[in-house]
Design a binder for this molecule. Structure first.
Ligand code: NAD
Ligand code: USQ
Length: 386
């Protein structure tokens, strides 16, 4: 298949592009490099050194002999979006290209507006381009488990059958997300479902949990193919941060009481889930939703897994929660669709975290300790942060 990976310079987009290419697909990547600009803005950077997008693509060709087409462009630019999709002529588009950090979207008004504009308008431009160029293109869009929030009923895969006053209907599962970033994904989902109804688009919305890990078969081939690993309190995600804190000899930063439960998956499962979704497309007019997560843990359980896996002493610290989150709640989610397509999950209990500890150990000197403490507070509604 011809597969265009939007956001192909990111933490997940780059390993996915290589994984799909290594499995025989003709792959193109598009990215506007904005993730590297957030690093400049925040004074942060990947713990593991990464090459530029062009250098990565070149290195991949040198190492494997496989060519990945490279487009530098912004989805906010409609002409560029149409030209890239028209020129590459994909069978499937994998759309990772959004601002993805909840804390970044909660910094102030400017960052909330940027996040929602970038994510929602970018996705609308992709939808319109597919609508005009070729409605058979299957759009595989990254959503998030956080769209659902923590409802007091079981979480289904995108849709819910509801009986009300004696009548029954199938409705999009009610959403109660926890940041302006997560809300942008909810708005995308509604726009995409509408596109399926009016234009007969074929869409798979992958409601992904929190990803952990940094290595896939392809990133391990050589250092120039590495993907990024974030540790700062804005872009670093919980399990990756805990692993990094353990190696640095710092206490693991659990926000609040730690009973909040979240869905997670290994980065090696991300790339395989995307392959499975691409190779078994949704039908024309179908808005298909898969919950792309394999397990769930409370934050306290995640901290304990890291504490028990690390060979040295590890303490756990409970910080005042900078976010607004429900602590003691029901959490049960369905995740059978991808497994029925053949996904064999890598479970956290079987993951060799020491492999990740080794990578972190090698680059520990690159950590700026000032970036580890959370500074974005959900309760503030400032116009702009000074
Ligand atoms: P990332 O920030 O590392 O990658 C996103 C890439 O998209 C970046 O390289 C960025 O430069 C690019 N991009 C953003 N806006 C763009 C635009 N307008 N035009 C072109 N390129 C643009 O994020 P990631 O961690 O790789 O996540 C990828 C996707 O998966 C996101 O949509 C995210 O919401 C979703 N997701 C991530 C996780 C996770 O734990 N990392 C979990 C669930 C869902
Ligand atoms: N948390 C801690 N300590 C930390 C960092 C986070 O306790 O040092 C807690 C948070 O309070 C939250 C949970 O860990 O309860 C997850 O936070 P996170 O920053 O790891 O993840 P989140 O903000 O939910 O966002 C990440 C990705 C996002 C993706 C989402 C999947 O950045 O792109 O959509 O995971 S999900 O959580 O399923 O929505």
């Amino acid at each position: 298949m011809r597969i265009l990976v939007l956001g192909g310079d990111g933490y997940l987009g780059w390993p996915t592009a290589m994984y799909l290419s290594a499995r025989g697909h003709d792959v193109g990547v598009l990215d506007n490099g904005v993730r590297r600009q957030y690093d400049h803005e925040l004074g942060s950077g990947s713990l593991v050194p990464i090459e530029s997008l062009r250098a990565r693509v070149k290195a991949f060709e040198e190492v494997t002999g496989d060519h990945i087409a490279c487009y530098l462009g912004d989805l906010m630019d409609a002409e560029c979006t149409y030209d890239t999709i028209g020129g590459f002529a994909p069978d499937a588009i994998v759309h990772f290209a959004e601002q993805r950090a909840a804390p970044y979207s909660m910094i102030d008004r400017k960052h909330a507006v940027y996040t929602q504009t970038n994510n929602i308008v970018g996705t609308l431009n992709v939808m319109y381009a597919i609508g005009e160029i070729n409605r058979d293109i299957h759009l595989v869009k990254l959503g998030t488990m956080g769209e659902y929030g923590t409802p007091n009923i079981d979480i289904e895969e995108g849709w819910l059958e509801v009986t009300h006053n004696g009548r029954t209907d199938r409705v999009l599962y009610p959403k109660r997300p926890g940041s302006f970033y997560h809300l942008s994904k909810v708005h995308d989902s509604h726009n995409l479902e509408f596109g399926c109804r009016i234009w007969g688009l074929r869409v798979t919305d992958l409601n992904q949990g929190i990803v952990y890990g940094q290595q896939t078969e392809e990133t391990e081939l050589e250092p120039r193919l590495a993907t990024r690993l974030d540790y700062d309190a804005v872009f670093g995600t919980v399990l990756n941060r805990f692993a990094i804190q353990a190696v640095l000899g710092l206490p693991l930063s659990v926000y609040g009481g730690g009973s909040q439960t979240r869905a997670v998956l290994d980065i090696r499962d991300t790339v395989e889930c995307v392959r499975l979704a691409c190779e078994t497309p949704a039908d024309r007019g179908e808005f298909r939703v898969f919950n792309q997560a394999t397990e769930s843990f409370s934050l306290q359980e995640m901290a304990k897994v890291v504490q028990n896996s690390y060979p040295g002493q590890v303490d756990i610290e409970y910080l005042d929660n900078p976010r607004v989150e429900i602590e003691n709640h029901h959490y049960a989610f369905t995740h059978t669709a991808l497994e029925s397509l053949g996904l064999k999950p890598h479970l956290l209990s079987e993951t060799l975290l020491h492999h990740m500890f080794d990578v972190i150990e090698r680059h520990r000197d690159r950590v700026d300790h000032d970036l580890l403490a959370p500074t974005v507070n959900w309760r503030q509604s400032t116009r702009s942060r000074s």
